[in-house]
Ligand binder design. Sequence first.
Ligand code: NAP
Length: 252
Amino acid sequence: MHSTRPVVLITGGSRGIGASVAQLAASRGFDVAITYRSEHEAAESVLAACRASGARATACPGNVAVEADVLRMFAEAEAALGPLSHVVNNAGVTGKSGRLEDTSAEVLRTCVDINVTGALFVAREAARRLSVKRGGKGGSIVNISSVAAKLGSAGEYVWYAATKGAIDALTVGLSRELAPDGIRVNAVSPGMTRTDIHERSTQDLGRLERLKPFIPMQRIGEPEEIAEAVLFLMSDAASYITGANLPVTGGR
Ligand code: NAP
């Protein structure tokens, strides 16, 4: 039995920004599907928090860089919760930080596969399922980009910044392509946000504290502050906003 609540699928919803988006969405009346790659226990605890807010919630493991996984994750989410109305294209990695000249082909390819090819697979499936022209109920897509697309991340991970530049282009182009399909497409570009990505993905211990002085507001952002921006863009309060890219950076 499907409920009348809006249904959001969030890729990379087991930890960090995606987990905060999932929990805020649940508390604002959404049913929630999260995807994740491997952290089963983290995903379960996000589901428990969503359910405690009264939401129906389900988790779909898989790799966004694998087309078959993306198709299956969307199918599982809709089988469990009914037709999707919103998709948050959030899963992403950086790869170990360093200069481009010292970075392996594997790190570069993995980052592009997950952040660009994966985001394209997810956006494509969202378009297919949400489009009013294809029998969907319309809705919105929010892509998680990064301020890195503007700053370039010299000496840290210029390849990651490049993948986020691709997300910015995707957001503009897809917003125009899908406007007649009843789908709004926007992006949020976080600045330095307190999640595991810094130590686990960049493998740069102490990065957040080291870079804090360069943030005009002199503090690291919290994932809940990014989630607020995502929920705004998903909401009816943003009904005339498409193709926007909202920086949430503390002024960086
Ligand atoms: P995080 O804490 O490392 O969490 C990453 C999430 O993505 C996890 O749920 C992880 O699943 C999932 N994931 C990673 N690779 C995946 C794959 N191949 N397939 C499916 N799921 C995958 O990261 P975060 O900091 O929240 O970042 C979320 C997004 O915000 C990313 O796109 C990132 O680039 C962007 N962003 C972050 C910051 C920041 O300062 N944190 C700043 C700007 C932009 P598992 O738990 O199973 O590993």
